[in-house]
Each structure stands twice: as C-alpha cells, then as structure tokens.
Design a protein. Sequence first.
Length: 97
Amino acid sequence: STLHRAYTLFYVVGTAGAVQFPIVGWQPLQSMEQLGPMFVFLGLHLLEACHVVRRRYKMTDREFKDFLFKASAVGVGVLAFVLAFVLPSGFIGPLSA
C-alpha cells in the first residue's frame, strides 16, 4: 500500500539520517520515546505481509480476518518476548524527564 511505502521511506531515511550525527548516535534505536514509531513501522510491515499472503492465496474476507488476528497475536507475542530480554539488559533507556 502507499501508506506502507511512505512510512517505510520516512522511518528509514529519518532514522538513518539521525544516526549520522555523533551527538544523536544510536539514540533513535535505544530511546524509549522512539519505540512508538518503531512499533508503527513493524506493524505496517506485518500488515503489508498479511495483505501479500491474502493476494497470493486468494483468501476470503473471513479467512483474512482470522489470519490477520493470528499473525497479529504472534507478532505481539514475539515483540513481548524480545522486549522481555532487551529491557532488563539496559540497551533501551528509560523515559526521559
């Protein structure tokens, strides 16, 4: 979709541009405030992948709805699993004041 392409371009170019400045460094990937845009980025990729599968396997609306629910549940589970290991390690910093 065009939203997927536009947000991917915005996020990748913006993040890549931000990490080029020494004062910013890897802050966009390590800051708690920046996790929201990253989750939107990952969510849009998941949604786009689901739409690709829908077109490839010619799913009905009901099949797609069930598939999207299952894929979203797996995505949230994987995200929670990763965050459970990354947050205690200190790689992602706390919220700024």
